[in-house]
Design a protein around this ligand. Structure first.
Ligand code: SLL
Length: 160
C-alpha cells in the first residue's frame, strides 16, 4: 500500500488510574483481599466520553509491579469499552502501558508510563483537585498521532 503524503491524523484518548481507599461503609474490602491491601484501584485506556478506540487500538498491555500476581496483563479491545485492569494493593508504582495498534496501521507498539496514584499530594487545593467522590484520580489526556498513514488505514481513521 501507499502512504497518504503530508497528512497527519490525530485521535484523542485518556489513560490513567483511579484509586479508592477501603472503607467499611463506602468501599468494603472483599474477604479474599490480603490484610495489608489499603486500596482498590484501576488502570485504564479509553476514549473521550467512552468513544470507541478499537478501530485504531487493538490491545493494551499493562505491566504492573512484580509484587502483584500475574503482573503482565494483556487486554484485548472490545468495541466501545475501556481497556482496563482492576486490582487492589498498598503501594504506588510506575505502570508501563503498551499500546498495540490494529494491523492495517503497520505501526509498532508504543509504551507510555504512568504512576499509579493512591494518595493525593500537595496543598489543600491541589489535593482537592485530585479527589472526586473519594477517589484519587490521575488521568492524562493524550492525542495519538498517525503520520502519513497507509491509504487503507487512512480510510479506516476518517470513515468513523
Ligand atoms: C513501594 N516501590 O514500596 C513501591 C512498591 C508495590 C505495591 C509498591 C502489592 C499488591 C499485591 C502492592 O500493592 N505492591 O500484593 O497484590 O511503595
Amino acid at each position: 500500500g501507499k502512504r497518504v503524503k503530508g497528512r497527519q491524523i490525530s485521535r484523542p484518548f485518556v489513560y490513567g488510574t483511579t484509586a479508592r481507599p477501603f472503607d467499611p461503609e463506602k468501599n468494603p474490602k472483599p474477604s479474599h483481599v490480603p490484610n495489608d491491601h489499603t486500596h482498590s484501584w484501576t488502570v485504564f485506556v479509553k476514549g473521550i466520553d467512552d468513544t470507541d478506540l478499537t478501530y485504531w487500538l487493538k490491545r493494551v498491555q499493562f505491566k504492573l509491579h512484580e509484587s502483584i500476581p500475574n503482573h503482565v496483563r494483556m487486554i484485548d479491545g472490545v468495541p466501545g469499552k475501556a481497556f482496563v485492569v482492576e486490582e487492589t494493593g498498598w503501594g504506588e508504582f510506575e505502570i508501563a502501558i503498551k499500546l498495540y495498534y490494529v494491523p492495517e496501521s503497520a505501526e509498532k507498539p508504543q509504551t507510555v508510563y504512568h504512576h499509579l496514584r493512591l494518595h493525593a499530594y500537595g496543598n489543600d487545593a491541589e489535593r482537592a483537585a485530585m479527589v472526586a467522590n473519594g477517589e484519587v484520580i490521575s488521568w492524562v489526556y493524550e492525542e495519538q498521532l498517525f503520520n502519513e498513514p497507509y491509504e487503507h488505514f487512512f480510510d479506516v481513521l476518517t470513515s468513523g
